[in-house]
Design a protein around this ligand. Sequence first.
Ligand SMILES: Cc1cc2nc3c(=O)[nH]c(=O)nc-3n(C[C@H](O)[C@H](O)[C@H](O)COP(=O)(O)O)c2cc1C
Length: 314
Amino acid sequence: MKHVLVVNFSQTGQLAEIAGQIVAPLRSAGHVVHVETLVPETPFPFPWPIIDFVDVFPECVQLDAPPLKPLQIAADSRFDLVILCYQVWYLAPALPMTAFLKSADGQRLIRDTPVVTVVACRNMWLSAQEAMKRLIAEAGGKLRDHIAFVDQGHPLATFITTPRWVLTGRRDRFLGMPPAGVSPAEIRAAGRFGRALGDALKADAERRDGPLLGGLRAVTVNPRLAISERAGRRAFGVWSRLIRLCGRRGQWRRRPALLVFAIYLIAMVLTVVPASLLIQWLFSPLLRPRLARLRAELERPSGSGEFNLHKYEP
Ligand SMILES: Cc1cc2nc3c(=O)[nH]c(=O)nc-3n(C[C@H](O)[C@H](O)[C@H](O)COP(=O)(O)O)c2cc1C
């Protein structure tokens, strides 16, 4: 019997549902699981008023998170495995997870402990995961696996369906586009990770190096999106620093800069993103070997292989 800590935060309940699918088989296998739901001292709104949605951008990118309410779990508790479930806000981890990883209690809980990260977002999580890797390493945790869930719609459709979901709370089918969010089938299939982790813990595999979730299609990277995301991440770094020069979160005096940023963001989504995807598609024969290398590199450590699926899919 092992002890597992699951750290979770979800506004719509989607990530909590995924975490629940992973936790259930771990408990059935006899492991003791504590689920810690992060609670920001000042709650983030949902659905998001547009001004709050844009105003949170600079602090997300600069990993400057407002504090959380005290955790339920004592910071000196020890776990055999920690599972960090987070979503992406502006190509960075959502602020509650950043706050956890930067807090003394969060750092104490993951120090010298194997960690699995689980992300559920629209489809751009690569930069956020780089930040997670850094924060986990700074806290002394040992990242063993990463699992990524992304929205079911086409990347271009989700530029409409995801903002509609977080700004209005409506996630249903819209103008012929699929509902926002991860598909229910993918959410149900998340149980395979719980079953595999349950077996790995029984075999003490978490004490050895290497991923615990290989061959389970934990991560599938679209390398074309990775190229757009890298460009976006660089621009976000500049914009977030500029806006913070104008004032702090919630202050009126930074609103003009936020408005300019919002116009820039919409213009980028309407022009640069489709153009970059089109150029990559036109040059795909030339780019193929480079994209294949990039994909393999970005899918580490858990990978998109499927060789273990038959063992853990019901
Ligand atoms: C402020 C904000 C910014 C977001 N930025 C991104 C992003 O950069 N990339 C992405 O893939 N998803 C992004 N999303 C979507 C979220 O990652 C997530 O899918 C959605 O908020 C639902 O999460 P939850 O129900 O688990 O809280 C953003 C959502 C919000 C609220």
